[in-house]
Design a protein around this ligand. Structure first.
Ligand code: NAI
Ligand code: AKG
Length: 390
């Protein structure tokens, strides 16, 4: 049995995906095999040595200390694209919120309750909320991943010109981009050409504060900026100064900060981008499946710190070794096995950056001393021995 502890409200569809014959969901567990979370901040979380995996039901993993997890041999999974549709829809809404002064107009009209001459007041007052149409305007999309691509492609249907910037885009992602989307060679190009800019990059050391005073200065006067990626991408004092000075006509963000609340020209949403039943189900089910396959079979799909790795089961036990990506690891592991007279039925080895992963299927049980010998090899981070589930 494997124990999984959840750290946020996870969709019941995801919880139901765990096979009760092999998995126990226990939120009080002190030594779980896996954690399943959404945005819970795990940077100070006391990881137990038993913990083998973390499933993030969502895209961003900035709430997880990924490097520390790698050092400890904890696989970190996310659910690429599973909530992209929900965020795309919210971004489309945000384009209109930013353009047509909808939040301010709503607040104003509500304040007219009980007034006499309501129609007259409305018709006289509505001129305060005039805002431009999206058609014919240029939208700059920074980060052409699962969300950015959907936003870019859909914005074309609103009659917008769209330019996308992503120097790290995968070939697979590129196939999904409409041919009508222009490619921006630099951030400067996006800043200078766009009437609307939307951010869809992960929060990393590289992207932290990327929208600072210098970036804002390059943008068009009256630009509308949308942030459904992470609050930390935008330097708040610089943004507030740009809103105050009219450089930014509107900032719509999904990330609440005290300084942003109540500011005219700033619309703050309570991290609602992925909050649809559909995307909560998608994320939770995908994360549950990733964790189950990893815990039971050692297969890795959608890990952010380990290579994709899959092998059909054969033999009696599977030995899964996370190790440093350095020479002679496979030789040493297979020597430990052959020295004990054990035959490797099948083997797969994949690497990703500093780490590599080797799975070996053995015809026989792995004696404890041999397991110990593999653990003792310099560069081995973690060894898991998985019996074949019936
Ligand atoms: N508001 C919400 O509820 C949600 C927010 N998010 C946030 O949105 C981010 C993006 O999500 P997805 O599109 O699903 O992720 P993704 O991984 O599919 O796409 C991210 C893209 O950003 C690109 N990128 C990375 N660094 C870049 C840089 N410096 N400049 C330009 N492009 C860069 C990558 O190449 C990739 O194509 C997540 O990391 C998360 O922080 C995601 C889902 C829900
Ligand atoms: O779980 C959520 O609602 C947040 C989603 C999110 O921010 C993400 O997937 O990166």
């Amino acid at each position: 049995m494997y124990t999984v502890k959840t750290l946020n409200q996870i969709s019941p569809a995801g919880l139901r995906a765990f096979d009760p014959a092999h998995f126990v969901l226990d939120d009080g567990a002190e030594r779980p095999d896996a954690l399943l979370c959404r945005s819970a901040d795990l940077h100070q979380y006391p990881f137990d040595p038993c913990l083998a995996a973390i499933g993030r039901a969502g895209a961003g993993v900035n709430n997880i200390p990924v490097e520390e997890c790698s050092r400890r041999g904890i696989a970190v999974f996310n659910t690429p694209g599973a909530n992209a549709g929900a965020v795309k829809e919210m971004v489309l809404c945000a384009l209109l919120l930013a353009s047509r002064k909808i939040p301010a107009a709503l607040a104003w009209v509500q304040g007219l309750k009980g007034e006499t001459d309501l129609q007259k007041r409305v018709e006289a007052g509505k001129k305060a909320f005039i805002g431009p149409e999206l058609g014919g305007k240029t939208l700059g999309v920074i980060g052409m991943g699962a969300i950015g691509i959907q936003v870019a492609n859909t914005a074309r249907h609103l009659g917008m010109e769209v330019i996308g910037y992503d120097p790290y885009m995968s070939v697979e992602a590129a196939w999904k981009v409409s041919r009508q989307i222009a490619h921006a060679a630099s951030l400067e190009e996006v800043y200078q050409k766009s009437d609307y800019i939307t951010l869809h990059v992960p929060y990393t050391a590289d992207t932290k504060g990327m929208v600072d005073a210098a970036a804002l200065a390059q943008m068009k006067d009256g630009v509308r900026l949308l942030n459904f990626a992470r609050g930390e991408l935008v330097e708040t004092p610089a943004l507030l100064a740009a809103v105050e000075g009219g450089k930014v006509a509107c900032y719509v963000t999904d990330f609440a900060q005290e300084e942003l609340l109540g500011v005219e020209g700033v619309v703050v949403l309570p991290h609602l981008g992925a909050s649809t039943p559909e995307s909560e189900d998608n994320c939770a089910v995908m994360a549950a499946r990733e964790l189950m396959d990893y815990l039971e079979n050692g297969n890795i799909k959608n890990a952010v710190n380990l290579p994709t790795c899959r092998m059909a089961r054969s033999g009696r036990v599977r030995v899964c070794v996370i190790h440093r990506n350095i020479p002679a690891m496979i030789t040493q592991i297979s020597s430990a096995l052959s020295g004990a007279g054990l035959n490797i039925e099948n083997l797969v080895n994949k690497s990703r950056g500093e780490y590599a992963y080797t799975m070996l299927d053995l015809a026989d049980e792995l004696p404890e001393p041999v397991e110990g010998a593999i653990r003792a090899i310099e560069g081995v981070v973690r060894v898991r021995v998985l019996p074949r589930c019936e």
